[in-house]
Design a protein around this ligand. Structure first.
Ligand SMILES: Cc1ncc(COP(=O)(O)O)c(C=O)c1O
Length: 437
């Protein structure tokens, strides 16, 4: 049994990892050896042992969209340690505390107007479960219990628990295996690509025809606004969100925006809904909510949704994670929001957008590259073939950068504190990965 006070040599750690630890989206035992990280600071991950001649890597991934301020940030460290000195956790049933109350109030202030109530959850997937439960219960409580289905567009990703899996793209998506047994939801075509491509009236009609035909059974439309992330890293025009808002109003269907990846500035607006100037009925937040420090998510809803549920025969929302409203997580989330809004974050995101646009442009000329696209602090190189993840990762590590490609996509979303030289380095690494992967 390893002694936690004496660090394990990397080789031993990897042997135990292989024997016991199941990594995300991987087989057991894993086929690829993970890199061992001993610490992280700023935008750099320090390796326990050098790899490809590097002993630290610039993080191009923000730990899956979350670490927007980088690692080991003094203000975020202070928020956690300060809260730790008071209490790390108390149950949220029958008790409350300042960090959770202040966070909920802050989220109501900064999200689109009309979102008034906040349910704190422990991961993005769970916040989507809660969002769907809210919607179904709203209709049940208001006497329309036949409205139980969901509509989404193809190419989406909403998490790995059962309900979110049902609205991930059923073909070619991560959860295709389960297509036959997941609840049968309704899928529109993939929205037309391009943040700047004007709204296609034919696609808007397609959405309208689905809503018109299924309004009586639809509880909600759920989509990732502006950027479809793990389903394919596609961007679409915010006008489609306005179309959805209008159609949902017309056909009496709730609109859920999953802003778990897009929230907190990543696309250049604080929330992707802000690009469209709309308010959804329900909104999910997660990932960078805590600046990547601790797991926390939130499901926000309007007065209408909360009132509807509360007027029902069962006037409660039967959901209550053990670690709901965790004080450490809510305290660091507040500090992360203060940090973000206390600076000119738009300028930083624009700066990174310009750096990614310039640095990834040469990838367009590479053989095997289908498309290069950038929006906010997100850069994507799409290949004509499946990425050889091991080869692409090796090439990026050789350049001193950490990336995690999937399918035909090599993509980055660096922390907002990434300096220009490091953005350029990330781009060189992506180009190298595109060549070798
Ligand atoms: C849009 C979106 N929704 C939901 C999730 C699930 O979040 P979590 O991994 O915290 O469960 C993700 C995670 O990648 C996501 O990108």
């Amino acid at each position: 049994m390893p002694d936690q006070h004496h660090p394990l040599p990397a080789a031993e750690l990897l042997a135990l990892d292989r024997q016991h630890v199941w990594h995300p989206y991987g087989p057991m035992p894993g086929r690829q050896e993970p890199l061992v990280i001993s610490s992280a600071s700023g935008v750099r991950l320090r390796l326990a042992e050098p790899s490809q001649g590097q002993d630290e890597l610039v993080d191009g991934m923000s730990s899956w969209w979350s670490a927007i301020h980088g690692y080991n940030h003094p203000a975020l460290n202070e928020a956690v340690t300060d809260q730790l000195g008071r209490m790390s956790h108390v149950m949220f049933g029958g008790l409350t505390h300042e960090p959770a109350v202040r966070l909920a109030t802050r989220l109501v202030e900064i999200t689109p107007p009309g979102l008034e109530h906040v349910f704190l959850a422990d991961s993005g997937s769970v916040s989507v479960e809660v969002a769907v439960k809210m919607c179904l219960q709203y209709w049940r409580s208001t006497g329309r219990s036949g409205k139980t289905r969901l509509l989404t567009w193809r190419g989406g990703y909403h998490g790995d628990t059962w309900t979110p899996m049902g609205v991930c793209d059923p073909e070619g998506g991560m959860h295709e295996l389960w297509s036959g047994i997941l609840p049968q939801q309704l899928f529109a075509d993939v929205p037309p690509s391009g943040f700047d491509a004007p709204v296609d009236p034919a696609y808007a009609d397609h959405l309208r025809s689905l809503l018109a035909a299924h309004a009586d059974e639809l509880a909600a439309v759920i989509v990732e606004p502006v950027v479809q992330g793990a389903g394919g890293m596609r961007f679409h025009h915010p006008g489609y969100l306005r179309v959805l808002r209008e159609l949902c109003d017309e056909y009496d269907v709730l609109l859920v925006l999953d802003e778990i990846a897009t929230g907190f500035g990543r696309t250049g607006a604080l929330f992707a809904a802000d690009h469209a100037g709309i308010t959804p009925d329900v909104m999910c937040l997660g990932k960078s909510l805590t600046g990547g420090y601790l797991t926390l998510a939130a499901t926000l809803c309007t007065e209408r949704v909360a009132n509807g549920i509360s007027r029902g025969a069962v006037p409660i929302l039967a959901h209550g994670p053990t670690f709901m409203g965790n004080p450490l997580a809510t305290a660091v989330a507040l500090a992360s929001i203060d940090l973000l809004l206390g600076q000119d974050w738009q300028r930083e995101v624009k700066r990174i957008e310009a750096g990614l646009s310039q640095g990834l442009a040469p990838a367009r000329e590479l053989p095997g590259v289908r498309d290069v696209r950038v929006l906010g602090a997100i850069g994507v190189v799409q290949l004509t073939h499946e990425v050889d993840v091991a080869a692409a990762t090796r090439a990026a590590v050789r350049e001193g950068v950490w990336i995690r490609p999937f399918r035909d996509l090599i993509y980055v979303m660096p922390p907002f504190v990434t300096g220009d030289a490091d953005v350029a380095r990330i781009c060189r690494a992506v180009c190298a990965a595109a060549q070798e992967g």
